[in-house]
Design a protein around this ligand. Structure first.
Ligand code: AMP
Length: 303
C-alpha cells in the first residue's frame, strides 16, 4: 500500500550534552519517510526545499527507494531551518530558532499519481497546509497527523479544523496538555479524541507511548538504552514505523495498532542512538525485527 508523506524537509542545528551537529539533514517528513521505507517500497513525498538541498540529499532519500517527485525545489530560496538544544534530561528541549524560509510560501501540490494514496501521513507542518493536502486526496483509508507546540500555540483553530479529518493523531505529553487545556493525560486524551481523531497516541519520550482507542488504552515502554545521543526526529521516526506497519496489514485491528506502536517505538529507539538521520538510514530488517522482539520481551510475563 502506498504511503504519502507530507511535512518539513529541513537542515537542523542540534546541540545535546554529548555534542553538536550543525547543518544536519532533518525535517518531519524526512524522518517519517526514511522510517516507513523499511516497511513499504511505495513511499511518496510532497514538500519543498531550497537550492541548498543538493543532489546528495535527494540521493540519500532515493537510496531508501523513496519517490521524491512531489518535492519542489525553489532555486532562489533556502530550505527550512530549525535549531534546538537538549538538556541532560533529554525529554526537554529548547527551540533556539525556526526559519520557515521556502515553507513560508509553500502551497502543497499533490501530483496526480499520489492522489489515490490510501495512507496519508501529515508530518509536522502548518495545519493549514495539512488541510490543503487532504483536499487533494481522493479516498484515504487512514490519515495520520503529527504536530508540535509551535503550531498548537500559533494556529490552534486551524489545527482543530485539521483534526476533524484525521484518524490517528500523534502528539507528545506536554503538547497534549497544552492542546486539551487539562494537565491529566487520560482526560486530555478524551478531550482530544472528541476533536476528531478516534485513535490517539501520546508519546512520553523515554517513558514510552500510550495508545488510546475505543477499545481502551495500550501502554508501550520505551527501549531502555544506555546511550542516547540525539532525540531529534524520534517522534517522526515513530510515526514512520507506525504507519509503515499498518500499511502492510490486510485489516487494521486493535492488535495491529498495538503492534504498530511497538514497531514505531523500535524505530524511534534506533533514531536516538546517533545524530540526525544517521542511524535511521542504515538499518536492516533483521535488526528492526530483533528490536521489536526485545520490546515484546520487555513486558512479557510467562504463565
Ligand atoms: P521531532 O523531534 O520528532 O519533533 O522532529 C524534529 C524535526 O522537526 C526536526 O528535524 C525539525 O527540522 C522539524 N521541525 C522543527 N520545528 C518545526 C516546525 N515548526 N514545522 C515543521 N517542522 C519542524
Amino acid at each position: 500500500m502506498s504511503i504519502l508523506v507530507v511535512g518539513s524537509l529541513a537542515f537542523d542545528d542540534i546541540e545535546t550534552p554529548f555534542g553538536s551537529s550543525p547543518d544536519t539533514l532533518g525535517g518531519s517528513s524526512t524522518y517519517i519517510a526514511l522510517s516507513a521505507s523499511y516497511f513499504s517500497d511505495d513511499i511518496n513525498m510532497v514538500g519543498v526545499v531550497g537550492s541548498d538541498f543538493t543532489d546528495e540529499h535527494f540521493t540519500l532519500l532515493h537510496s531508501r527507494n523513496i519517490d521524491t517527485q512531489g518535492i519542489r525545489k525553489v532555486e532562489d530560496g533556502k530550505t527550512f531551518r530549525w535549531a534546538g538544544r537538549y538538556h541532560y534530561d533529554m525529554n526537554t528541549r529548547d527551540t533556539l530558532d525556526t526559519r520557515l524560509n521556502v515553507f513560508a510560501d509553500f502551497d502543497p501540490h499533490v501530483p496526480e499519481q499520489y492522489r489515490k494514496s490510501k495512507f496519508v501521513c501529515l508530518g509536522n507542518i502548518d495545519p493549514e497546509l495539512q488541510v490543503k493536502v487532504l483536499d487533494q486526496i481522493t479516498a484515504p483509508e487512514m490519515v495520520i497527523c503529527d504536530t508540535m507546540n509551535f503550531w498548537i500555540e500559533g494556529k490552534p483553530e486551524e489545527l482543530k479544523k485539521t483534526l476533524e479529518r484525521v484518524d490517528v493523531f500523534i502528539i507528545n505529553d506536554s503538547e497534549a496538555r497544552i492542546l486539551s487545556g487539562d494537565p491529566n493525560l487520560v482526560r486530555s486524551a478524551r478531550i482530544i479524541r472528541e476533536m476528531g481523531p478516534k485513535i490517539l497516541i501520546i508519546k512520553k519520550g523515554e517513558h514510552g507511548a500510550l495508545l488510546f482507542t475505543d477499545s481502551g488504552i495500550f501502554a508501550a515502554p520505551a527501549y531502555p538504552l544506555e546511550s542516547i545521543y540525539d532525540p531529534t526526529g524520534a517522534g517522526d521516526t515513530f510515526a514512520g514505523g507506525f504507519i509503515g506497519h499498518l500499511s502492510r496489514c490486510e485489516n487494521i485491528t486493535d492488535l495491529e495498532l498495538r503492534k504498530a506502536v511497538l514497531y514505531g517505538s523500535a524505530m524511534a529507539s534506533f533514531c536516538v542512538e546517533m545524530f540526525g538521520t544517521e542511524r535511521v538510514v542504515g538499518l536492516d530488517l533483521l535488526e528492526i525485527e530483533d528490536r521489536y522482539q526485545s520490546f515484546l520481551d520487555l513486558s512479557r510475563i510467562e504463565a
